[in-house]
Design a protein around this ligand. Structure first.
Ligand code: F6R
Length: 248
């Protein structure tokens, strides 16, 4: 996989935001929509802040953008502090001109007996939008993308999944204690992600250096779900120097 290493997270965020903006403008020139797949977590926040700045200071128009978020914790209300709904709105959506009907984030409050139909409908909405033009991804230290934890299958679709203990431990500080971290989430599947036409995976910090080495230098393995991206035809990896220290 092609990999670019940046000296700082700011430089990485500016570069990635420029790629996103270029696709939005290109699609606009064609009078077409730009369909984005979006992650939450700490890694992409600088990209969102840079896109907000471009919107506010440089007039970047996002009126043709349709978004699909990757995942949401199951059982969290959209207003709850740790919900990905709330994070996305606070950092990005409330500052830009994406029409609210064009924003899609999995609903963590769907009753259990409606989850399957809800997830099928999420997939149908992606298809109706024409598929995802550009997917941004973070990566968990255990190799998850979205919440596709180790041993997720490569053709998995949007579904209710169980969080890995490593993932729950990693989220403990956000929830003030590990026992408050939900056990489940709704996530796009690996199959859903692999259908995106272009994928950019971002990683920051030394804590990601081992998994970045496995992603870039290791074999494709279900143990590290992100390695499925090695079989995708337009995936690029963007990391800071700390995340790259274990590369040979
Ligand atoms: C979140 C998501 C996750 C994160 C990953 C890294 O929507 O899809 O896969 O990208 O857990 O999280 P951070 O960026 O907080 O290190």
């Amino acid at each position: 996989l092609p990999c670019s290493v940046f000296s700082s997270s700011e430089a990485l965020s500016r570069h990635v935001a420029e790629i996103v903006a270029t696709i939005i403008r290109e699609r606009q020139a064609q009078k077409a929509t730009a369909v984005l797949g979006l992650p939450t977590g700490s890694t992409p926040m600088g990209v969102y802040r840079e896109l907000v700045r471009m919107h506010q200071e440089e007039g970047l128009d996002l009126s043709n953008v349709i978004t699909f978020n990757l995942d949401e914790y199951y059982g969290l209300k959209p207003t709850q502090l740790q919900s990905y709904h709330r994070q996305m709105h606070e950092v990005f959506f409330q500052h830009v001109n994406i029409a609210s009907e064009n924003i899609h984030i999995p609903d963590g409050m769907i009753p259990l007996d409606e989850v399957d139909a809800y997830c099928d409908d999420y997939e149908a909405k992606i298809r109706e939008a024409g598929g995802i033009d550009l997917m941004l991804l973070g990566i968990g230290s255990n190799g998850h993308i979205g919440f596709n934890e180790p041993f997720s299958i490569h053709n998995s679709r949007t579904r209710l999944c169980t969080l890995d203990p490593i993932t729950r431990r990693g989220a403990a500080s956000d929830f003030f204690h590990e026992e408050n971290v939900p056990h489940q989430a709704i996530t796009m599947g690996l199959g859903t992600i692999l259908e995106a036409r272009k994928i950019l995976l971002l990683a920051l910090g030394q804590g990601k250096s081992s998994v970045i080495r496995e992603l870039l230098e290791g074999p494709v393995t279900n143990r590290v779900p992100a390695t499925c991206l090695q079989d995708h035809r337009d995936t690029s990896v963007f990391i800071d120097s700390a995340a790259g220290i274990k590369l040979t």
